[in-house]
Design a protein around this ligand. Sequence first.
Ligand SMILES: *[C@@H]1O[C@H](CO)[C@@H](O)[C@H](O)[C@H]1NC(C)=O
Ligand SMILES: *[C@@H]1O[C@H](CO)[C@@H](O)[C@H](O)[C@H]1NC(C)=O
Ligand SMILES: *[C@@H]1O[C@H](CO)[C@@H](O)[C@H](O)[C@H]1NC(C)=O
Ligand SMILES: *[C@@H]1O[C@H](CO)[C@@H](O)[C@H](O)[C@H]1NC(C)=O
Ligand SMILES: *[C@@H]1O[C@H](CO)[C@@H](O)[C@H](O)[C@H]1NC(C)=O
Ligand SMILES: *[C@@H]1O[C@H](CO)[C@@H](O)[C@H](O)[C@H]1NC(C)=O
Ligand SMILES: *[C@@H]1O[C@H](CO)[C@@H](O)[C@H](O)[C@H]1NC(C)=O
Ligand SMILES: *[C@@H]1O[C@H](CO)[C@@H](O)[C@H](O)[C@H]1NC(C)=O
Ligand SMILES: *[C@@H]1O[C@H](CO)[C@@H](O)[C@H](O)[C@H]1NC(C)=O
Length: 470
Amino acid sequence: MKTSLYHLILTLLGPHCCLSLLVQPCPKTCTCDQDPTYSSGLRVNCSNADLLEVPWDIPVGTTTLLLRDNHFEILHNSSFASLTQLRTLDLSFNRIAHMEENAFEGLETLLLLDLRRNVLTLSRKTYLERVFQPLASLKTLFLNRNSYASAYRREPPVLTSQSHGEDDESVPRSTGNVPKSSPLSLKAADGKSVESESETLRLNGTEINTSVTGHVKDKLELSNADLTYPDDALSHLHNLVELHLDGLKDTAFGPGFLNLSNLTVLSLQGFCHLGALDNTTFLNTPHVQQLNLSECDIIEVTRDAFSTLTDLRELDLSYNQKLGLDRLGDAFEGLSKTRLERLVIDAMVPIRNLGIIVNSTHLRHFKDLNHLKVVQARFNRIEAFDDGVLCTELPPNLKHVYLNANMLVLASYVNDLKCLESLELLHINGFDTYWTPPLRPPDPEDVRTRTKSCAKQVPGNGGTAEEAAA
Ligand SMILES: *[C@@H]1O[C@H](CO)[C@@H](O)[C@H](O)[C@H]1NC(C)=O
Ligand SMILES: *[C@@H]1O[C@H](CO)[C@@H](O)[C@H](O)[C@H]1NC(C)=O
Ligand SMILES: *[C@@H]1O[C@H](CO)[C@@H](O)[C@H](O)[C@H]1NC(C)=O
Ligand SMILES: *[C@@H]1O[C@H](CO)[C@@H](O)[C@H](O)[C@H]1NC(C)=O
Ligand SMILES: *[C@@H]1O[C@H](CO)[C@@H](O)[C@H](O)[C@H]1NC(C)=O
Ligand SMILES: *[C@@H]1O[C@H](CO)[C@@H](O)[C@H](O)[C@H]1NC(C)=O
Ligand SMILES: *[C@@H]1O[C@H](CO)[C@@H](O)[C@H](O)[C@H]1NC(C)=O
Ligand SMILES: *[C@@H]1O[C@H](CO)[C@@H](O)[C@H](O)[C@H]1NC(C)=O
Ligand SMILES: *[C@@H]1O[C@H](CO)[C@@H](O)[C@H](O)[C@H]1NC(C)=O
């Protein structure tokens, strides 16, 4: 407290000083302390405080402002205008559906903005063209887990004793015949993919009603045609390095992304239904070095889809089971134009798939990945390799291979192991009879909100998107 008082007094000496405001106290329902990250400033924590609006009396010297887990629906103009020192702003886990165009005015020094887990639809109507213009310093932006399309998307299963029971919320309810343990195979009875139907359902009607109230709803008259990556708004973020976003089906990253010359980390992981990737998808993001497309419901990748990512070093395509190992091979041709060093392709085949014998068709163009050093391909039901492929189809600089939890059996390919001289590390431990997702533990945040939303219903506000989907 002593330090914060000191800083408050300091700010009084600054240009914002006015006589009527002798000391700016910590706002009610918040806690204030010295910011551990930016030691010259204040960290103000107003998380989980049932707030409906951004408090007006946040101290001017605040560098970190935590507002997660409240009930904001609209970010009004000039909500943070006096907070010119702010570096980190956490607005995650609210119900924000609309941001007025001047909402972020004054935040020229902001480095990190977290808008995860709101209800901001990916469209130009939601992201007004100049809404991010003040954020000239922003380096990291979280917009993921916002799309309505994600509302029917499974959550990572909660690892409890009931998690495989009848009420497993991790499984979409839209069809009767989805196997409970296979959340990644979303097929309707006729074999048609169910996504488009569900998206329409969510985008106009029940979903918007139940997740946001009153006047906000009027602003959300959106159809599937409006969905796009808001590249106009994002193009103002010249210093952006890292972007976390939900993924849209068959949608390219528009020309505004070309302005983001520092954008090297792009993650669409988890809440996405990308469908087909082609040579337009990543045309405008040539600087990306790390791309995370795991759990993205990718169905097809054309041979040149990745060829525009000339700086790419790390790619995660895990859990794209509709792609499978057969069609994955198409991606390698484009990837040979990149600088790919690390490829993660865990669980690319459906659960309980027949065992796979990897052959030269699977590995077409794989040997052209000249920079590739590390491959992680766990849980792919691999039983063996065709004779010779380990000698002829592997890239020259491959050093580490993780094949844990496959179904490798002893077969004639062991004679080819002698060809793996330059390999430094080969993991083949673990044997998979069938794998049960998730491979990784659930995101603790998801567990926490799930528990909370069950325990605490906010009267009059309806449920969360997930509850509505259930
Ligand atoms: C902020 O406050 C919330 C609720 O009181 C608490 O759970 C959280 O740990 C706090 N965060 C920090 C960084 O202190
Ligand atoms: C917010 O600011 C923008 C840009 O100045 C303005 O066009 C808009 O009318 C303002 N909105 C409200 C509700 O005042
Ligand atoms: C959703 O909103 C419409 C009007 O836009 C209304 O007629 C309908 O009853 C609402 N549904 C629910 C479940 O609130
Ligand atoms: C819902 O959206 C679809 C197109 O996505 C449109 O054809 C339909 O008219 C919309 N329904 C309502 C009630 O807005
Ligand atoms: C994006 O870059 C183009 C060309 O360099 C430029 O004309 C345009 O103004 C930029 N857009 C923004 C929002 O900075
Ligand atoms: C990008 O990052 C470099 C340093 O990493 C920095 O010098 C530059 O100003 C940044 N911004 C743009 C628009 O390139
Ligand atoms: C992208 O692919 C299409 C065919 O699918 C081709 O006509 C076009 O020239 C390609 N564009 C580039 C930039 O390679
Ligand atoms: C991709 O994202 C998932 C989920 O956040 C994470 O577990 C995984 O490590 C990421 N992949 C890479 C290569 O960083
Ligand atoms: C490789 O295996 C796939 C089935 O997984 C098969 O379709 C393909 O014809 C095989 N290629 C060769 C060269 O045997």
